[in-house]
Structure formats: C-alpha cells, structure tokens
Ligand binder design. Structure first.
Ligand SMILES: Cc1ncc(COP(=O)(O)O)c(C=O)c1O
Length: 395
C-alpha cells in the first residue's frame, strides 16, 4: 500500500485532462478546450527567430536561467505591460511557466487547509483545481452581465473567517467582460475588506474591436486604493500554450515569496521558449500577428453566433462575445448539460458542461462552447447537431 500525502486526494484536474484530450480527437467536432487553433500559431515566425539567434544565445537557451525570468524577457514584458497602462514601476514582475503557475504560486503562498478563496461563478477550472489542491474552501459569487455581483462579493467578503484572496477573470473567459463601473465597485469592496485580489487576464489581447480596449482595462491599472493586486497574464492564447510563458505582476513582497516557491518547483521557466517569446514580442511582426488572430477568432465567433441564431431553440440563451474564445449557453429549465453531452457525443459533437466551471461542481444548466480551435466549416454543422439534441432534451 503506497503512503501518499493527503493532498493528493484533493487534486481534481481530471476535467482539464478530459477537455484537452477531447479537443484533439480528429473524428469529433470539438467545442471543448480553450486552446488556440494550431493552424494560426506563428510557426514560421518562431522558426525564423530561432534561426537568427547566435550560437551563444542558443547555448544559453538550453541552460538553466534565473528563477525570476530571462532578463531580456523580463524587461520586454515590463515595457509591454507598461504600454498597456499597468503600474509596473511599483510592482515586481516574475516570469512564470504559464499563468497556471502564477495561480498555483499565489495559492501556495496564501492557503492553508480550510482557508477561504472567493471566486466568480463560472470560473476557470484550472484555478478551481489549484485552490482545491490546497484544501481551500471555495466561496463562489454569481456574475451578471457586468461581472461579479457586488452584493455577493460584499456578503462573501464579510463572512468570517475572512477569505485570503479573491480570484477574478474580468475579460473574455466568462460570459461577459466586466464593466468599468463594476470593476470600480469591486475594488472598493475588496479594499474595505482588506482582501488581496488575484486578477487573471490571459485573453486580454483577444478583443474583436479596437473600441473594446477601453473596457478591458485591467483592475490593477485602475487601482488607487492601495489594495494588493496580483495580476497574471500569458502568451498561451496568442503565441501558443506550448510556450508555457506567463507572468505575475504584483506587490514586491508577494512576488518575492512566489519566486522563492517557484525556485523549488521548476527552478526556472524554460529559457528556450522565453528567448523566442522575447524576440517575437519585441519584433514589429508581433502587432500584425495579433491583428490577424483577432480577426480570425472574431470571424469564428461570428460564424458560431450566426449558427446559434439560426438553429438554437428560443429558450436557450447565450452571450455575444466581444473577444476571447467562448460562447456560453444557458439551457432551458430542467435541461442538464450532462444529458445534452451524452446525446451529442455519439453524434460527433462535444463541449464542456457547466459544472466543470462551478466552484462547487454542481450547477449544470449551462455549458461552454469554444470556437477557437474548430475548423470554420465545422462550426455550423456542430451547432445544428447541438440544437437538435437540446430540443430533444426538453421535448
Ligand atoms: C482563465 C484562464 N486562466 C489561466 C489559464 C492558463 O493559461 P496558461 O497556459 O498560461 O497556463 C487559462 C487556460 O485555459 C485560462 O482560461
């Protein structure tokens, strides 16, 4: 009998593994994982960057590097975030192995078993898994069309024992991006309650219209309350998750602790990919590339919306995304996403059921469709099947 640590039994990452493996099954129309379309990834640009690097730099790329990050990349990410209005001057930056690692590090340095974390519903399943692995108690707050509900946050934040931090994804993961007014209201509540905020923003670059940029200002850039905010971002959704390059920007003390823990986890994020990410980030090609993928994902989103408008029963509600990878469907009363999935899969269509995004793992009257990695021509047939299946479920 193997004597595992108790914490092993709190690990619940099965949902993520299922979603990612489903996304790759060739015979299915998959609306599952939130991964970029491999056909849109900058393979040629990354190849060209690598060929141009000198031998010494390549050798360095195969070495260990500083835990804080490849210095040139640290500097470029600082400039990149500063250009977006983020307060890099008063914060410390850590390069992480994806933003998933940043979330894990914050969980690791704040959570003892039983500690509370406030998070929105729906939320990112990877964060649920990370917080649960530290045996945290998850306090969820509902979201509406402007973001996390302030009354719910105020109630959750007042509940003793006080939560350690709140975790939010204001842009493009959940059905609606947060409004500016809502972000301000949430900042006030968090400040009054002296809660740390973990702001996760991996989709920040993926807005469909330039005008949307005003609305997606990160909360860390709006904060004049003194509230400690840790902000994480990533190149996963734009350059590719295989890069495993993300970052954590936050108060000096918190990030110093995070860096010390990172040292004991992976020593450093691979130098090999940090170098490539750096060269791409500082090249003039970066902006044109971003413009291209924004357009491509916008088109896919529109194709999916047009198919939903055409085929979905009227009783099904859904958001109209202004960026990101997802459309969320809210099912008619009494219809469970698991029964829709069971009928849809034999007909070649799959998606992620709502309860995977519910911190309590229960609510299942909604589901998430990713339009990012499905070939454009498969979107309409997939939605047609889904609409038929949903109709059968409540007939
Ligand atoms: C909201 C959110 N945060 C973080 C991540 C993790 O991204 P990374 O690949 O940078 O670890 C994801 C990936 O799906 C995500 O959707």
């Amino acid at each position: 009998m193997l004597r595992y640590a108790k914490s092993v039994f709190n690990v619940c990452s099965q949902d993520i593994r299922d979603v990612m493996s489903a996304a790759d099954r060739a015979h299915m129309i998959s609306f599952t994982g939130g991964m970029p379309d491999k056909r849109l990834l900058p393979v040629d640009e990354i190849d060209a960057i690598y060929c141009k690097l000198g031998r010494e730099v390549k050798q360095r790329g195969l070495q260990y590097g500083p835990t804080g990050g490849y210095p040139a990349l640290v500097e470029s990410v600082r400039c990149y975030l500063q250009a977006k209005g983020l307060p890099v001057e008063h914060h410390r930056l850590l390069i992480t192995t994806g933003s998933m690692q940043a979330i894990y590090l914050i969980a690791k340095i704040f959570l003892d078993p039983g500690d509370r974390v406030i998070l929105e519903h729906p939320t990112f399943m990877g964060a649920i898994a990370a917080f649960k692995s530290f045996q945290a108690a998850l306090i969820d707050v509902a979201t509406d069309e402007q973001g996390m509900e302030p009354e719910g946050l105020a109630r959750a934040a007042a509940q003793p024992p006080l939560s350690k931090f709140a975790y939010v994804i204001p842009n493009f993961h959940n059905p609606w991006p947060y409004s500016m007014a809502r972000k301000e209201a949430l900042l006030d509540i968090l400040h009054q309650r002296k809660l740390v905020l973990l702001e996760d923003d991996p989709y920040n670059e993926l807005y469909f219209e330039e005008a949307e940029q005003n609305r997606i200002t990160p909360m860390i850039a709006m904060n004049n309350t003194g509230l400690p905010i840790c902000y994480t971002g990533s190149f996963s959704k734009v350059l590719g998750p295989g890069m495993r390059v993300g970052w954590l920007l936050g108060p000096e003390e918190i990030v110093r602790h995070a860096e010390a823990v990172k040292q004991s986890i992976d020593a450093c994020t691979p130098m090999f990919t940090q170098m490539r990410a750096n060269e791409f980030l500082i090249s003039p090609r970066f902006e044109t590339y971003l413009a291209g993928i924004r357009l491509a994902y916008k088109q896919r989103g529109q194709t999916m919306l047009a198919a939903l408008d055409r085929y979905m029963p009227k009783a099904v509600r859904y958001n109209r995304p202004t960026g990101g990878f997802y459309i969320w469907l809210f099912l008619p009363e009494g219809v469970d996403a698991a029964s829709v999935l069971h009928r849809a899969m034999p007909r070649g269509v799959e998606f992620v059921v709502g309860k995977s995004f519910d911190p309590q793992g229960v609510k299942n009257d909604f589901l998430r469709l990713a339009f990012c990695h499905t070939a454009e021509e498969n979107i309409e047939p997939g939605i047609r099947v889904l609409a038929e299946v949903i109709e059968e479920c409540y007939d």
